[in-house]
Design a protein around this ligand. Sequence first.
Ligand SMILES: Cc1cc2nc3c(=O)[nH]c(=O)nc-3n(C[C@H](O)[C@H](O)[C@H](O)COP(=O)(O)OP(=O)(O)OC[C@H]3O[C@@H](n4cnc5c(N)ncnc54)[C@H](O)[C@@H]3O)c2cc1C
Length: 379
Amino acid sequence: MLTENEKDILKYVRELAKNTIKPKAREIDEKMYIPEDIIKAMNDMELFASYIPEKYGGYGLSFPFLMRVIEEISYACPSTALVLDGALTLFAEPIMMFGNEEQKQKYLSQVAKGLIGGLAITEPNAGSDAASINTKAEKSGNGYKINGTKIFISNGRLSKFFIMDASTDKSKGYKGITTFVVDADTPGLEVSKDIHKMGIRGSSTVELSFNDMYVPEENIIGKYNEGFKVIMETLDAGRVGVAAQALGIARSAFDEALEYINTRKQFGRKIIDFEGVQFILAEMESRIKASELLIAEAADKWNKKEDSIEISSIAKMFASDTAVYVAERSLQLFGGYGYTIDFNAERHMRDAKITQIYEGTNEIQKIIIAKEIMKNHHL
Ligand SMILES: Cc1cc2nc3c(=O)[nH]c(=O)nc-3n(C[C@H](O)[C@H](O)[C@H](O)COP(=O)(O)OP(=O)(O)OC[C@H]3O[C@@H](n4cnc5c(N)ncnc54)[C@H](O)[C@@H]3O)c2cc1C
């Protein structure tokens, strides 16, 4: 449940999304770049500060509120939503959960001012199997020397800092992983490649290379060799963010198709008047509503610090499948016009697909859900 204050702010977020972000969404997709004034507009509305606790310069608004913000911005442009989502759920959240007081003062206060962060875990040979990373952190003086490569890192070019993990004791598998916070301008850290994509093309996705990057001991987030837990718990929040992003895409695809078929006529009737089409609408609407409910429950549980592993994965899987389904059906309802770049239908379809893949593919979500079922039934 949102507070009255949060509901009021959400009205302004909707206006920002509609009047400032949506008109630029096509250009963002084509130029593969988010104009600085768009990010500034989100920051001027204090959206980066919204979720940061008051103690660190933010407003301490709730996680369900943040999820609604992500959804509304994604309704206009999911690439832009990912800038905020990445900075808050993927970078700030692990510091809020596991950081010490000094780290919180240093980094959260900067995010509250609109500085962007990212999360770097995926590697060329360690995607779904996130525990099999090869990036190594070796003891050196009062810190660590890090070598390795991370791939597909969102907010790559925009980030001032990253949360990243590295193997500190390969023989111990996931129990030998440590998580660090690093500034993007640390010597030895390089954005080594820009990755061009089918959708969310405005989002900067990069390869990061670490060559003898020195990181002091105090940059460890959480405990030495307990970094895997930091990453896994971060993703429990992050997955709700992906679900909210997916829901925004689905709602946008639905609304635009609805408007179109209510105007377009064939066989002397509006397209919407054909029963076969109404069945599609009913199916879309049902899946969108179910996604809303799942996201609300997952966000509420996360906010209350209750166990949300299963519901986060269910929400992420269901909402992303919904986004792909709705975007595809929406395009179909536009007929040939949907296949052109004169309408957003094709962009919605391209943007929707990533939500089934990142922060754990939907196959991985099923593995998580099944594990939770077995755990909860003591099997
Ligand atoms: C645009 C984009 C942005 C991203 N942003 C980030 C980011 O900011 N930070 C970050 O760290 N990562 C990021 N990622 C990485 C993303 O999380 C991974 O791509 C994803 O987890 C899958 O890993 P993979 O690509 O290596 O696929 P793989 O793990 O190689 O999987 C290939 C296929 O095999 C399936 N599969 C794998 N294991 C199993 C199994 N046990 N059972 C059944 N099926 C299985 C998968 O579901 C998938 O269909 C991003 C990726 C993209 C494309």
